[in-house]
Design a protein around this ligand. Structure first.
Ligand SMILES: C[S@@+](CC[C@H](N)C(=O)[O-])C[C@H]1O[C@@H](n2cnc3c(N)ncnc32)[C@H](O)[C@@H]1O
Length: 203
């Protein structure tokens, strides 16, 4: 879960992500890396079979998790600021008519209606802590009364991260609109990294 850095530009800007996808179809190895497959399987197990009436997955990248989540949803909106990633995700989900893949970035581009599931994965560290709190507030505002946010964050260090994965989950843990329902910590001793998984319910 280390996509590297870009030369001389803010690596968390939309143009930097677009450039990254133009340079490599799958910069993080989401479709091929055993670590990523494990992460997706654990996340799916934690959220359960659904069905989710209205799910939202911002930062969907090339849609590898989107295609796994789609069958559990009645409607799924997946967004990403990178047009190249959106095109790849749309191709990957072509057989899933109830899955919409659109360009969009947090915190501005949000679904119109309430969601029962929002996936917030490997995304929080692209904001500083104050901005992340605003992003989480915007996302919580789109949760229905029984809605849940679920996500994972890597606990390694990367030059393109503004904050650490532990801080991301701490922001979610302490947000006044959320209460933690489930958490997991997966460590890879040999690499000295791993990921956190959390499921938060609307308070
Ligand atoms: C590391 S990938 C995570 C992909 C996927 N969520 C997962 O867990 O496998 C981060 C993605 O977030 C997108 N992204 C960056 N800034 C964003 C923002 N402000 N709002 C939504 N997505 C953003 C990037 O384009 C990139 O595709």
């Amino acid at each position: 879960m280390n996509g590297g850095t870009m030369n001389g530009e803010d690596p968390t800007s939309p143009i930097a992500f677009e450039r990254r996808y133009q340079g490599c179809e799958d910069p993080w190895g989401f479709a091929t890396d055993a670590y990523e497959q494990h992460r997706y399987a654990q996340l799916l197990a934690a959220i359960g079979p659904g069905p989710f009436a209205a799910a939202f997955e911002p930062g969907c990248s090339i849609g590898v998790f989107t295609a796994l989540l789609g069958p559990r949803c009645v409607e799924l909106l997946a967004t990403d600021p990178s047009p190249t990633a959106v095109a790849a995700a749309a191709r990957r989900c072509a057989g899933l008519d109830h899955v919409r893949v659109e360009p969009g970035a947090l915190p501005t581009d949000l679904p119109a209606g309430p969601c029962d599931l929002i996936v917030f994965s490997e995304l929080g560290y692209y904001f500083d802590e104050a901005r992340l709190a605003e992003v989480v507030t915007a996302v919580v505002d789109r949760l229905g009364p029984q809605g849940r946010i679920a996500g994972t964050h890597w606990i390694g260090r990367s030059a393109d991260h503004r904050i650490h994965g532990e801080q991301v989950h701490a922001v979610l843990d302490t947000h006044r609109g959320l209460t933690i329902e489930h958490r997991e910590r997966h460590e890879r001793r040999a690499q000295g990294d791993g990921y956190l998984l959390g499921v938060w319910r609307r308070r």
